[in-house]
Design a protein around this ligand. Structure first.
Ligand code: SF4
Length: 264
């Protein structure tokens, strides 16, 4: 178990070779410490060392402990800012000591102590990006131009993980769970739009107010498998850092998986 990211960094060869799909060894060390990467994802680490430190499992503090720490830190940052002023700057409501915005179409409030109250099930994959959006995001108005995750600034590094954690599981869900798109529209205030990029289904939803997401699904045809792609507004990285965007989308896909399980 590591006490901080620097302890992990000291194990790495510091070549910044990017084989782990991150820009540097330091970024990788941070990602392992926060539970987003596993030590075994650095191909330059000797297998024996990885085995000694816990094989393919996370060689960090228990995930819940890391998340609790991160949530506590973000809560504290909220306590240290003028929340009413921040609400004014990002164009959100502030009343009765609470900033309220829409997360996936539902009211999501944070009070001056950083305590969340909301109608949706709060999991860390949603709470952490929402805190970060309030603290440092929401800098630009939405442009109306859609781009893939990979095309976002800094998106290339996380694009592989994004595909594995978000697009592939969502495509699998869409292939098997016929009510998926109706549920997205109904439960999360999604809106069907004119078909984008010749897709069969195009739905826009708002994980956060200045962060629309477009889901495009192409049905299977003879000799052609189905496909699903997610797009974001080209200003997305100004409104939320790409790691948090990845995390938020992962949380959303997991929420949909749980909904589909309940219905099956
Ligand atoms: S693969 Fe390993 S050595 Fe290369 S950048 Fe990532 S952490 Fe550093």
């Amino acid at each position: 178990m590591f006490k901080n990211a620097m302890e992990i960094y000291t194990l790495l060869d510091k070549s910044n070779c990017r084989k782990c799909f991150l820009p540097s060894c330091l970024a990788f060390a941070g990602s392992v410490f926060t539970g987003q990467k596993q030590l075994s994802q650095c191909p330059n680490l000797p297998p024996e060392l990885i085995r000694r430190l816990g094989g393919n499992t996370l060689a960090t503090a228990p995930f819940d402990q890391i998340i609790d720490g991160l949530m506590g830190q973000l809560q504290k940052e909220i306590q240290d800012i003028d929340l009413a002023e921040r609400a004014r700057l990002i164009g959100e409501d502030f009343a009765d000591g609470k900033l309220t915005l829409k997360v996936l179409g539902k009211n999501f409030s944070v009070d001056t102590r950083g305590v969340i109250s909301t109608e949706i099930h709060v999991n860390p994959w949603i709470a952490v990006p929402a805190y970060k959006y309030i603290l440092k995001g929401a800098k630009k108005e939405v442009s109306g131009n859609w781009v893939s995750f990979r095309e976002l600034p800094d998106g290339r590094e996380g694009a592989g993980i994004f595909t594995q954690r978000c697009e592939k599981p969502l495509k699998k869900l869409a292939d098997t769970y016929t009510d998926l798109f109706a549920d997205i529209i109904h439960l999360f205030s999604g809106r069907q739009i004119e078909n984008h990029s010749d897709s069969d289904i195009s739905i826009v939803l708002w994980p956060l107010p200045r962060l629309p997401m477009l889901i495009c699904y192409w049905k299977a045809e003879t000799d052609l498998d189905s496909d699903l792609k997610l797009f974001f507004d080209m200003t997305a990285a100004d409104n939320l850092d790409t790691d948090s965007l990845n995390s938020l989308t992962t949380g959303f896909v997991r929420m949909l998986q749980r909904i589909a399980l309940r219905h099956s």
